[in-house]
Design a protein around this ligand. Structure first.
Ligand code: ATP
Ligand code: MG
Length: 554
């Protein structure tokens, strides 16, 4: 991956040069989402890149909704996008923009082009336009309407605006070059007639500008200096440049392309996610198994981990995929030092300390994060009846099993040594209780050195523990088989969600708020689900496990 990166700073090099040549007094960038869906991890790359550049150069970062295509746009998406951009910490200043704010100006620029003889109204049908366009190997041919007079074009365009023609019956086209080697330059359509209700402008317009005409104008009007977009727009750059030049902007913006971020084994396509939502396979766009930003937020990913990840991936001109495990690696790195390490038992069995006084409760001091002493300590109750993990006890252990089994002694984390002398099973033979004795001499922190044990297990005090639901996640698609089946459908992983309905967590977690996150010792990182958790029924999501196979490159 590293070799393919032209330079982490290839965009910065362009900007440095522009500044040195006096072409750019203040750097202005923008993120221009179309409000037709939720943002995903790929968009985060664009947001952080554009915001990061503006910040680095002491410039300005604009957020602009590209709402030139009203049929697909919804206000719901505007809200979620605002939330996601803010969550990532990309400060867009006091206001955000809409492409539709500029519809009047765009209309005026179209008129200007007509007056310059650079645009004409064309009556060809969509099929004819396609036919006349030519192919990659053959030039196109001129429309019979190409030589209409300026006056005729002006009055026809005005009539288009006034609703005098049916939808799709005419278009306004830029007059460039039907023989151009670049198909985008063969008299592209810049306005179409479509009676669509717009979320912002209502029914004011029945003509709408095309993206390739609208976007450069939006950039120029906002004073954007560097219009950074993804590679699929590379072939559109000549048209971008043509528009800003013919509209005679004084300080025209410059389009720069970079490669999209692709993560392995994830789904970002709106079409697929929509289907998963509609079929009830996931519980919304923010289902923790998805990679929309709202899903990652709900799952417990942090903006800082996403940022570090993006910095490490870098900016490049060549397409490549990044391992999802790399994102998790930086997440773990972030959570490791910043989250308290709590005790939670996800598959509980009881442990009874037969020689511990019946009604005694002892409060033990536990360090919140051994690697970060600034995080302080907390008190945790300890008593005669505890819960431990089912797999921390075995009746007949295999070799090298150092946890509890009849006759063996282990440390209860932060507490005492306990030695197992008996256990009880239910009718089906499942262990339900384990009986131990403890040695009061062995209290953690007492400096006891008499003997050592090989196993340490965690626990919670049964009477004070809080019952909770815990959800474990795996990738929504089956990584072994690949994301898509041959017919294009998704290869779903049947084990992507495991619900552990009856877990016990230490009492300090009782007041945890939605999205608060923690390490659960030995089990991973978890957060409080923001949708389903309530005071009476705590729900935790596993963010990531503690370990991964991912090896960061030096
Ligand atoms: P999708 O179809 O995946 O939802 P899109 O390109 O249709 O993405 P837009 O709202 O048009 O979504 O995108 C807004 C900005 O985000 C664009 O500048 C686009 O280039 C950028 N972007 C989209 N996907 C990625 C990605 N995977 N990596 C980097 N930037 C991206
Ligand atoms: Mg798009």
């Amino acid at each position: 991956m590293m070799e393919e990166t032209i330079s982490k700073n290839f965009i910065e090099q362009i900007i440095d040069k522009d500044i040195a040549e006096g072409k750019c007094a203040k750097v202005v960038t923008r993120f221009p989402p179309e409000p037709n869906g939720y943002l995903h991890i790929g968009h985060a790359k664009s947001i952080l890149l554009n915001y990061g550049l503006a910040k680095k150069y002491n410039g300005k970062f604009n957020l602009r909704f590209d709402d030139t295509n009203p049929t697909k746009e919804k206000t719901e998406f505007v809200h979620s996008i605002l939330e996601d951009v803010e969550w990532l910490g990309a400060d867009y200043g006091d206001e955000y923009f809409y492409a539709s704010d500029y519809f009047d100006q765009m209309y005026e620029y179209a008129v200007k082009l007509i007056k310059k003889g650079k645009a004409y109204v064309c009556d060809l049908t969509p099929e004819e336009i396609r036919e006349y366009r030519g192919t990659l190997t053959e030039p196109g041919k001129n429309s019979p309407y190409r030589e209409r007079s300026v006056e005729e074009n002006l009055s026809l365009f005005e009539a288009m605006k006034n609703g005098e023609f049916p939808d799709g019956s005419k278009v306004l086209r830029a007059k460039i070059d039907m023989a151009s080697g670049n198909i985008n330059m063969r008299d592209p359509i810049i306005y179409r007639i479509a009676r669509m209700h717009h979320h912002n402008t209502g029914d004011k317009w029945c003509i709408y500008p095309m993206y390739d005409f609208a976007h450069p104008i939006e950039d120029a009007l906002e004073g954007v200096t560097h219009s950074i977009c993804t590679l699929e727009f590379e072939d559109h750059r000549p048209l971008y440049d043509w528009v800003v030049q013919e509209c005679e902007f004084e300080n025209p913006p410059k389009q720069i392309e970079f490669a999209k971020l692709y993560l392995t084994n994830v789904i970002t396509g709106k079409r697929y996610i929509k289907k998963l939502v509609e079929e009830g396979i996931v519980d919304g766009w923010d289902d923790p198994r998805l990679v929309s930003l709202s899903a990652l937020k709900r799952r417990g990913f942090t903006p800082s981990a996403i940022k570090t990840f993006m910095e490490q991936v870098g900016v490049s001109k060549s397409q490549s995929s990044v391992d999802y495990a790399m994102l998790e690696h930086f997440l773990r790195d972030d959570l490791k030092m910043t989250r308290p390490r709590m005790y939670a038992v996800t598959d509980p069995i009881k442990l009874i300390i037969t020689n511990y006084p019946e009604d005694q409760v002892e409060y033990l001091t536990v360090t919140n994060n051994m690697e970060n002493p600034d995080m302080g300590t907390r008190q945790m109750p300890f008593s005669r009846e505890l819960y431990i993990e089912r797999d921390d006890f075995m009746i007949e252990p295999p070799k090298k099993y150092f946890r509890l089994y009849p006759g063996n002694e282990v440390r209860l984390m932060n507490a005492y040594f306990v030695k197992c002398h008996d256990y009880k099973t239910d009718e089906a033979g499942n262990v339900i209780e384990v009986y131990c004795t403890y040695d009061p001499e062995t209290k953690s922190g007492s400096g006891f050195t008499g003997r050592k044990v090989k196993g340490t297990i965690h626990w919670v005090s049964a009477a004070q523990a809080v019952e909770a639901e815990v959800r474990l996640y795996e990738n929504i698609v089956d990584e072994e088989k690949g994301v898509y089946n041959e017919d294009g459908s998704l290869n779903l992983n049947p084990n992507s969600l495991t619900v552990l309905p009856r877990c016990y967590v230490e009492p300090a977690l009782k007041d945890a708020k939605p999205l608060d996150s923690f390490q659960f010792v030995r089990n991973g990182y978890f957060n409080v689900d923001s949708k389903d958790s309530t005071e009476d029924h705590l729900v935790f999501n596993r963010i990531v496990s503690l370990k991964s196979s991912y090896k960061p490159k030096k």
